[in-house]
Design a protein around this ligand. Sequence first.
Ligand code: HEM
Length: 412
Amino acid sequence: MRPTKGSDVLFFHTFGTKWIVLHSFSSATELLERRGSLYADRPRFVMFEEMGWAPTLTWLRWGPRRFSVAIVLKIAYGLDVDGPQSPWIKLAEDSSEAVGKSGAPASSIMDRFPAARYLPSWLPFMERLRYARTWRPAIEAITRLPFDAAIKLMNAEKAEESFVQSRMKIWFENSRQGCPNRFSLEDIKGAAATILIAGNDTTAATVMLLVLYLMQNQEVQRKAQEEIERIVGKHRLPSWNDIPKLRYTNLVLQETYRINPLSPLGIPHASIADDVYNGMFIPKGTIVYPNVWAMMHDPKVYSDPFRFWPDRYLPKEEGGNGEPLPIGHFGFGRRICIGKYLAENSLLIILATMLATMNIDWPLGPDGQPTPFEPEWSFRGQAIVLPFGISITSRSEKAMAALNEEIDALQT
Ligand code: HEM
């Protein structure tokens, strides 16, 4: 590979592995979207295999298993979370913890030298192998336990329509008729676990970011609340029909994606064949990281990029700066997040409901006044804000009554 001066692509070799990091929207769109079929593979995630992740869709190589993507959005198991003590909550929390702190995908010594997984884990430089082994039971539990519970419901003929149920029906029927199955039981388990993990963890982490930025930016919160009052009124909760009309609220979400993309370096792709980009030769098997963080904070695209300012996307005549909505936080091309519409809709209805029902402020200090503080972050793999204190007051009795009614209806 030969770099061109001032290139938006950084490349390097480490012990026989070729890497490129894409720093601009244009290089990421050209390679991962327009030439997407060439970059649809994943590198091998040896450390994640050690953690017990192997059958999970996000880490799968490109190939016939891709069929799962079309269907994985269906709700995974048909199981209920019956209250805050539900064992499924603890299970999901453990796996989130494991993912959140496992480091950037494909970046451990084992990913470079797969044989390193057989070295003793007590060696000082094998910290990530120790981490993988410590968390392996949590990953295995989330792959196995809800799946077993869904099968139990099926056997008792109590199962509701779910992803696992529909796939298992096909699997059993093919087996009964002696027809080959295009997917294995491990594929079904992995795809179902993906819904749970990829969906739960990312959405929850983004809700925490929304709360943080609303707390830190009181004027943005007021402006979004005014929009909710104008479109929804004060006497009911926002509904799905309101969502497309909540333009500023949507910009608050877009600005949250931009200012802190959860996967700052994306999830790496790998190239399937040799390619040439801007005179640069990219050999087959190169690991490709989109540097989403750099794209989202490029001062040539976003003025004052570290300022949380949803108005930046509004046209100039409306007091904004006409800047482009962020892309890349859900990935690129053929491996783009399949849950993006589900995630976006869930986040918008949560955000609109929070804005309608509560004022979010800094936590109160000993003097009873809102007291600003610096939140703490974890940047191991995902960029997530750690739990922090807030103060919440209800906005209107009617909105709170409507919220309580909804909660009661969910619990019965
Ligand atoms: C705010 C929420 C979310 C964010 C920021 C997010 C982000 C991402 C990113 C960056 C990727 C990698 C894309 C690439 O390689 O180019 C990805 C992949 C994926 N996401 Fe999400 N995601 C979110 C929610 C969800 C939800 C709700 C689901 C499922 C219900 C989901 C399922 C998946 C799956 C299955 C993949 C792997 C796709 C593949 O490898 O082909 N995600 N996501």
